[in-house]
Structures are given as structure tokens and as C-alpha cells.
Design a protein around this ligand. Structure first.
Ligand code: WTA
Length: 664
């Protein structure tokens, strides 16, 4: 564990500062830095009182809590433990009888451009009907349900319906393979899978249901009693008698009334699998009370949500961003939001900008990778340039998932935000449940490429390997010193791994984020310098190098050994590079290309297309120390095309470096 320092310089020389405009500041909920500082001081002076007040104001409890934070079994912290509530009630029922009742909850735009809108009242009816259908199939409080669905209203309905009856959902991104799905179903012991026959992306119909069938057929999924299929397209899919049913059919006969099941604040709302540095993906378990508090609160703090806003988070519900800022946060906060099924480049790369104009989007939240690819497209084709669209409805922009480079930040600021909209560069993780370090639009002066300052009550800090604070300007390890309401509660079924991964002993009980960071000397602003473990961030998607390595060596007829590292990529942030030793002699030329394709497709099948290595290099061996340890730092240099300056004296086989540096 060591913090990288190579990219620190650019923070130190970045001296452009963008103050909030007078109008933005005046209209904001947290207005000016004094207001921000006052909230931070309030949290510091009375930590529990601060959170208790927010939890009472922000959420509706069926049974009020009397305890706030319990640290007696650290790091298994609990929040508001004796309180009871329901997440779906807080997202839907709570708005009934208020002006939000007839407000549009979701503006759904399909891949092909068709638009469907539902009000809060209509959404409540759908969620209730589906919740009743789940109940009728025996799904009950505490059961796990896997959701493998496209971006649709029905995807949100499925999540909300689980929450409504106290079932814990586990959403698996629709790009994951049958094997990845099977592993998650098995790990969660899911009683049901909710899916769609197909998904539509970029005009193409892609199967989902057949992947569910394939995954279940791989074995170990006897726990699944029901597969419920949303019929997204008219194309038929295979239906297994006695197990499978259509969503519209099971809903048709159900009542639109389904009282929400109240659960304890610590009841697991969901488990979401994410990549770690070792082993299989971890099931990150979130609570109901603390999580929902954070989802709602950050909608109001970070996005300064107003009743008239049209909010659009482009993340898929298969990722944490789609959980907190599509399925829960906007609904809990009573917002109107856009849910988009398709891809940003179809039918052309102006799609996002055209949709902002069409739906008068006012808060737009996306990932740096999308911005970078759309910059490239706009620069190459004037017809898809954002200047072609009326973006005057925008008032706040957001960025999430990976560091945003200052050039992309400036383009976003200028061409999308018209130099008028603050950019909230939100740093957070699957484990944190919601935003942690981010500017506040009406308060924080912005510095391109910096996520600026922690939210009030978030004790983020940068420490060295012994857990000691490092001075501003020096890079180190990002930690959070005190618990916060929406933090990960445990790793599903593996509390030991939870402790080891996130609260290593040498770090004094601090939460270890897994990222390196540095604070600027002048303002103390945070800048994330990237992961310090073996996790890659490709297009804002987390991938464990070990997962990809084990997929590669799983191709037992071909592969003897594999090592995977990341290399910086202009478009995707990081790109996956695999170094492979085959069981046969080292291939070159066309043969190497053909085998690389076989391996890429194999990884696509084992994990999903997002895990396919961009570059595969073949060697007779891998660089190893005399004790047989693969020297990954050398592989990282080779992947980047850098000259090797590191000490190679401990290397068993130095000649291998030249071979791996060649592009086969
Ligand atoms: C990275 C996504 C820099 C970081 C919400 C983190 C960021 C990982 C930012 C979590 C940001 C996320 N600036 N890096 N604004 N946001 N990251 O779990 O490396 O998919 O640890 O959650 O993404 O990815 P995850």
C-alpha cells in the first residue's frame, strides 16, 4: 500500500479558481463558505446531535430512533438502530397528499427516443402492484432478490418493490456475463431473479433472459424459485414452466395498494457487488436508514435540488451511482428525473445535449469518460457539437466515478455549462453510499480537477502508512476517521473480509478508501490521485486485476500464467493491459492477434465486455523476483511504454522485459 505521487504536480500548479456566481450563491440552500463552515462546526461540536437532527428532518420514521451511533462493536457501526422506517415509503407514500403527488417522478426516454412519463402517484401504484406480486410468490422480508434489468421505469419499480416488502435487492449490471451473474446469485442465495427478455442499446436488441437461464444452468442456483421477466421488446424468449413468469402478467391481477413493511434502520436495503483488490467481488451491504438519509441529504446539499429542477443522472442502476442518484435519492427528495435507456452516441453523439434541451434538464450528472468521448465526437463532427443544442436550462453539472482531468473539466464548464453552471466533482464509492468529498454549488470555489472539500460531518483525511496525518501538498492515503450514516455495513457473508479490507489495523481504525490523494497547500482541497490497490478504473467502472487474471488463467487449454495491470488512457481513464504466458510457444504477428482475440472474448464471457483487456502481450515468462513474485511495478512501466528506471537487480529473468515491451 503506497500512495502514487506522479500526478500530484498538476494539482499544485492548477491555479484557476471559479467562484460561485452571486446568483447561484444567493439562491443556494448552503449559501457561501460561511454556511458550509458553520455546518462543519455543528457536526464537529455535536457529532451525534448533528446526524440525529438531519435524520429526523429528512426521513419519515414509523418508529422514532432513540440511539444515534453505536460504536461498541466497531467497525460494525450502527446508526439509528432502534428506529423503524421503509425506504419505498420514504420515496413514494410520503409524497402523497402533497404537491409532489402529481408531479412527474420519471421522464423515461427509450433507446429509440420514445418518451414515457410517470407521476409519483402512478409510480407508487406500479411499485405496490409489483410488490404484491412478489409477495404472492412468497418473497418476504429478509430474502434476497437479484435484479438484472436495463435502464427502464420497470428497473426502478423492481428495486422499489423489493424495498417495499423488506427484501434485499442485489442489482447486477446488464453488461455482466452469465458466470458473473451466477456467482452473485449464489453468493447472495437469491430466491428470485427479476430480468427483462432483452435490452435495447444503440438500436440493438441484446439478450438478458437467456443469460439468466445460462447462469442458473451453471449450477448452485437452486435457491432461485422465481424468474420474473419484464417484456421490454416483442421478441419472444425462452420461459421455463413453473419458474418463469412475465412481469406484466403477475402485476395485472394485483392491487395497487401494498402497505410498506417497516424495517429496522439497519435492515439491509441492498447488496451491491463491487471489485476489490483480491478474490471474488465483494457484496457491499448497505443499511436502510443511514443510506436513505444520505441519498436524500446529498440530493439537497450537493445538487441544491429545487422543486422545479429536472435532474438527470446518466448512471446505470447496476452501479452505486444508479442506486443512490436514480433509484433512491431523487425519489426520496421528490425530484423529477430523467431515466435514459440508451447510449450517449446513438443515434449520434449529440444525444445527451439534445435530451437536455428536449426535457429542459437543469442538473446533469455524468462520468468523465462520457465527457471525454463526447468532446472527441464534438470536435470531429460539428453536427453533434453541444452548441447545436439549447442548454440554457442547465444550472448545475456533476461528475462522478473517476478523476476528471482539468482539460475535460474546462470543456464541460465552457461548452455544456456555458461558464455559468458550477461543476460538482463528487468523490465517493460503492462503499460510501453517497457523496463524500465534493464542492457545494452555492458555496465552494471550484478548482478544475479537484473534488475540493468533504461534506459536513465527513472526516476525510490523508495519512501515511502508520495512520499519521500528512501535511498539505504531500500525497498519502485517503481515509475517513469517523463513521458516517451511509457507510458500508459489512461484506455480505464475510465480516472478516470487511474488517481486513476497510479497517486495517495499522490505520488506527480509520476507514481505508483505497485511493491515494493530496491536499493543495493553499486551500486544503483534495485531489484524488487514483487507486493504491490492485483495482482499476476503466471508464468509471471498477475492475479488480485479480479477477481478470483468474479469468485468463481459467482458459486452461491456452494460458499458463497471466498478470494484469492498468495504464493511463486518454478516453477511458485507465485501460487494461494483460501480460500472458501461453502453454505453447510465444506467438507473434497475426497468430498473436488471433490468440489475443480468443482471450479477449473469453474474458468477455467470464466477466463481461467491460473487463476485456485492451492490450494483450505475450511473453515466454513474466518478470519475477527470485522468490517467484511477479514484479507488477515493472509491468506497469512496460504497459505505459516507459523506460525501465526501477531497480531490476532482484529480477530472476531480466531479458523478459525487452520481450514484453515489444508489441507482438
Ligand atoms: C473513483 C463510484 C476521482 C475512486 C461512485 C473510487 C473518483 C472509485 C471520483 C469508486 C472522483 C469516484 N474523482 N476518483 N470524483 N469518484 N472515483 O465504487 O477511485 O464504482 O475509489 O463508485 O472511483 O468507484 P465505485
Amino acid at each position: 500500500m503506497s500512495a502514487p505521487s506522479s500526478s500530484i504536480e498538476s494539482t499544485l500548479v492548477e491555479n484557476r479558481v471559479f467562484e460561485p456566481t452571486e446568483a447561484t450563491r444567493k439562491a443556494a440552500r448552503i449559501s457561501g463558505m460561511d454556511a458550509y463552515n458553520a455546518l462543519c462546526a455543528e457536526a464537529e461540536n455535536d457529532f451525534e446531535g448533528f446526524w440525529a437532527k438531519r435524520a429526523r428532518e429528512t426521513l419519515t420514521w414509523s418508529k422514532p430512533f432513540t440511539k444515534v451511533l453505536d460504536e461498541s462493536n466497531a467497525p460494525f457501526y450502527t446508526w439509528f438502530e432502534d428506529g423503524e422506517l421503509n425506504a419505498s415509503y420514504n420515496c413514494l407514500d410520503r409524497h402523497m397528499g402533497t404537491p409532489v403527488e402529481n408531479k412527474t417522478a420519471i421522464i423515461f426516454e427509450a433507446d429509440g427516443g420514445e418518451v414515457t412519463k410517470v407521476t409519483y402517484k402512478e409510480l407508487l401504484a406500479k411499485v405496490s402492484q409489483f410488490a404484491n406480486a412478489l409477495k404472492a410468490r412468497g418473497v418476504k422480508k429478509g430474502d434476497r432478490v437479484v435484479i438484472y434489468m436495463p435502464m427502464t421505469i420497470e428497473g426502478v419499480v423492481a428495486m422499489q418493490a423489493c424495498a417495499r416488502i423488506g427484501a434485499t435487492h442485489s442489482v447486477v449490471f446488464g453488461g455482466f456475463s452469465a458466470k458473473a451473474l451466477q456467482e452473485r446469485i449464489q453468493n447472495a442465495s437469491a430466491v428470485a431473479v427479476i430480468t427483462a427478455n432483452y435490452q435495447l442499446r444503440g438500436g440493438k436488441e441484446l439478450p438478458l433472459k437467456s443469460i439468466v437461464d445460462e447462469g442458473i444452468a451453471m449450477g448452485g442456483c437452486e435457491c432461485v424459485k422465481d424468474v420474473i421477466v419484464f417484456q421490454r421488446t416483442p421478441t419472444a424468449c425462452n420461459m421455463v414452466a413453473g419458474r418463469d413468469s412475465y412481469m406484466h402478467e403477475v402485476m395485472a391481477s394485483e392491487s395497487t395498494d401494498c402497505p410498506a413493511v417497516m424495517v429496522g434502520a439497519e435492515h439491509p436495503l441492498f447488496v451491491l457487488y463491487t471489485s476489490g483488490s483480491t478474490g471474488t467481488p465483494k457484496g457491499v451491504q448497505h443499511s436502510t436508514g443511514g443510506y436513505l438519509l444520505w441519498a436524500n441529504l446529498t440530493m439537497n446539499w450537493t445538487f441544491d435540488l429545487k422543486d422545479s429542477d429536472v435532474f438527470w443522472c446518466t448512471a446505470d442502476i447496476g452501479w452505486i451511482t444508479g442506486h443512490t442518484y436514480v433509484a433512491y435519492g431523487p425519489l426520496a427528495a421528490g425530484a423529477t428525473q430523467i431515466v435514459f435507456e440508451g447510449v450517449p452516441t446513438y443515434p449520434n453523439a449529440g444525444r445527451f445535449w439534445q435530451m437536455i434541451e428536449k426535457h429542459k434538464c437543469s442538473i446533469f450528472y455524468t462520468a468523465p469518460t462520457a465527457i471525454r468521448s463526447l468532446i472527441k465526437a464534438a470536435e470531429g463532427d460539428e453536427k453533434v457539437h453541444p452548441a447545436r443544442s439549447d442548454l440554457s436550462s442547465l444550472r448545475i453539472l456533476g461528475s462522478v466515478g473517476e478523476p476528471i482531468n482539468p482539460e475535460a473539466w474546462m470543456w464541460y464548464y465552457k461548452h455544456i455549462g456555458g461558464e455559468r453552471c458550477p461543476i460538482v466533482d463528487t468523490f465517493w464509492q460503492t462503499e460510501t453510499g453517497g457523496h463524500m468529498i465534493t464542492p457545494l454549488p452555492g458555496a465552494t470555489p471550484l478548482v478544475p480537477g479537484s473534488c475540493t472539500l468533504p461534506l459536513p460531518g465527513i472526516t476525510a483525511a490523508i495519512v501515511d502508512e502508520a495512520g499519521m496525518d500528512v501535511p498539505n501538498g504531500a500525497g498519502g492515503i485517503l481515509v475517513v476517521k469517523r463513521p458516517w450514516p451511509s457507510m458500508i455495513r459489512t461484506i455480505w457473508g464475510d465480516p472478516e473480509r470487511f474488517k481486513k479490507s476497510y479497517f486495517p489495523e495499522e490505520l488506527k481504525g480509520y476507514y481505508l478508501a483505497g485511493d491515494g490523494a493530496v491536499r493543495s497547500p493553499d486551500r486544503g482541497y483534495f485531489r484524488i490521485t487514483g487507486r493504491i490497490d490492485d483495482v482499476l478504473n476503466v471508464s468509471g467502472h471498477r475492475m479488480g486485476t485479480m479477477e481478470i487474471e483468474s479469468a485468463l488463467v481459467g482458459k486452461t487449454d491456452l494460458v499458463a500464467e497471466a498478470a494484469v495491470v492498468g495504464r493511463p488512457d486518454d478516453l477511458t481513464g485507465e485501460a487494461i493491459v494483460a501480460f500472458v504466458v501461453l502453454k505453447r510457444s510465444r506467438p507473434t504477428g497475426d497468430e498473436a492477434k488471433a490468440i489475443a482475440k480468443v482471450l479477449r472474448d473469453w474474458v468477455g464471457k467470464e466477466i463481461g465486455p467491460i473487463a476485456k483487456p485492451k492490450d494483450i502481450r505475450f511473453g515466454d515468462n513474466l518478470p519475477k523476483t527470485r522468490s517467484g513474485k511477479i514484479m507488477r511495478r515493472l509491468l506497469r512501466s512496460i504497459a505505459k511504454g516507459e523506460a525501465i528506471t526501477q531497480d531490476t537487480s532482484t529480477l530472476e529473468n531480466p531479458a523478459i522485459l525487452d520481450q514484453l515491451s515489444e508489441n507482438n
